[in-house]
Structures are given as C-alpha cells and as structure tokens.
Design a protein around this ligand. Structure first.
Ligand SMILES: [Zn+2]
Length: 281
C-alpha cells in the first residue's frame, strides 16, 4: 500500500493570507513555553486552536518543526492544562544531584519536612530543563533498622508550582530510580514512609510494596524530639522494595553477548511478529 504522492512539494499557499505559508518555531524558553512564527495572525490563531483540540497532533507538529532538535529533549506531549499557555512537556530524565542542590530543593518545595542532615545519594528528575523533583536516600532513620544493608528514601519531593501535567510520572520515576541506584550500590532493600492517608499510587507503580503500618508516636519516640511538627504524629505506612544487588565481582569470565535482535525499523510494518509469537496465549 502506498500513500498518494504529495501533489505539491513546494511551499504551500496560506489559506488565510494568500502568501506562501510560514509556520516555524520562533523560540523556545527554558520554562518550556514557546512561540510560533506564521505568515499571518489568522493562521497562528487556527494552528493554536487545532493544537488545543488535539494534543497528539500538536506534539507531532512541534516535532516536525524541529522542537526536539532545538531543545535536545524528547517531547512527551504539549501541555495545555491551564487553557491559556501551552508548554513543551518532555520525556523525564533522572540524574544524580548533589546534597546541596537536593536539600535546597526540599527546603523550597517539600510541604511538611525540611531537608535531612545527610544523604548517601540524591537523584533529580527533569522535565526538559526544569528540575521537577528530588529523592534523597540515606541511612534508615529508625535505629532498629540499622545494620541490615537497607537504605531509606528519606525525602521524595516533587514541585507543585508548575502545570500539573509536567509532573506526571515524576514521583514514580524517582522511586524507581532510587531503588535502582540503591541496588547498584549493593543494598538489599530500600524503604520509605508515606502518610497512611496517601494512596501510594506512584510508589506502587515503581514496584514498591506496603510493608508495615507504623503509628506516629511509636516511631518517633517521645525522647527523640523531631522538628517536623504535626507530621510526626500521623500514622505512616512503611513501603519497601527488595533489591537484588549483583554480588561483588569475583573474577568471572564475561558472558557471551546475546544474539542481536532484528531492527524492526528496517523491517517496516511487520512489527515484532516473531517475538509476539513466542509469548504464551
Ligand atoms: Zn498566512
């Protein structure tokens, strides 16, 4: 099957102004906002309305206009949940962040806890150029849990001062990445505490499970005063993910490389047929 040949390869004429059509990205700013340049205001208005109607088309249009090349980011979609401004919503990226940067982020954005005093490592999640959230991972706060080769995500914090769509997936990305990094560092388990009234959808999506309910007073003993105010007396749920760190490398011969998978993009429309055929049912 072939699509019909494009009948007019040269610049199309704008339906609105009758001039050669101009539709380009004028600029993209660090906060994800962008501006288009068009031959006329009528076309700009029409494009804007179509983009608002069909976010998938909007994303594809911005890709065709080179938004990914210009920003060096992969687009997830175009975010338009305020109804007044459209934003580039990029694929999330997780990278390590310094203690200082993570602590500053927590101080600025965490709703009820200040930053911890130390960490083993911290991770940040970026949407485009914007740091959207951090996870700080350290030794377990409860003394009874020390010495068991486990670490605790002591703060997981996603900013709330941006459009809601930009933070979709940030939380579970942080929980998944924190577990992955802890595993690579050789830890057997990672834990964290959520308030009992939090649903835990994000953390569950990252493969963590509920492990225990911890009454607020039992966890924070009266002798160890904490500075997190009311939060210390809310019942919490301990969540965990069991990790399988690789044993510390003895001199094992390298494993043979697995056979290369076929490159589907060259096969065209047939897709991953042979692989699907191997799946049960
Ligand atoms: Zn025009």
């Amino acid at each position: 099957m072939h699509d019909p040949e494009p009948s007019e390869p040269s610049t199309p004429i704008c339906w609105f102004c009758g001039e050669p059509e101009v539709l380009e990205i004028f600029d993209i700013w660090v906060d994800g906002t962008y501006a288009l340049e068009t031959c006329c205001g009528a076309l700009l208005e029409r494009i804007g309305a179509d983009m608002a109607d069909d976010p998938a088309w909007a994303r594809d249009l911005l890709r065709r206009l080179g938004a990914e090349l210009l920003t060096g980011q992969r687009l997830r979609r175009v975010c338009d949940d305020t109804g007044t401004v459209t934003l580039l919503d990029c694929k999330l990226e997780v990278r390590p962040v310094s203690f200082r940067d993570a602590a500053a982020f927590v101080a600025a954005h965490h709703s009820h806890c200040g930053p911890p005093l130390m960490h083993r490592f911290s991770l940040g999640v970026w949407n485009g150029k914007r740091l959207m959230g951090v996870a700080m991972v350290g030794n377990p706060v409860a003394r009874a849990l020390m010495g068991r080769n486990l670490v605790e995500a002591t703060r997981v914090c996603v900013r709330r001062d941006t459009e809601r769509m930009l933070r979709d997936g940030c939380c579970s990305k942080l929980y998944a990445a924190a577990a992955h990094s802890a595993e690579r560092a050789g830890h057997g388990k990672i834990i964290t505490y959520l308030r009992a009234d939090e649903e835990g959808t994000s953390i569950r999506a990252a493969g963590w499970v509920k492990e225990a309910v911890v009454p607020g007073r039992g966890w924070h003993s009266a002798r160890r005063q904490r500075s997190n105010g009311n939060n210390a007396f809310v019942a919490k749920v301990r969540w965990s993910r069991t990790l399988r760190p690789k044993p510390k490398a003895p001199a094992v011969p390298p494993r043979a490389q697995p056979a290369a998978l076929p490159d589907w993009t060259r096969i065209g429309d047939t897709g991953p047929g042979p692989l699907l055929g191997m799946l049960p049912g």
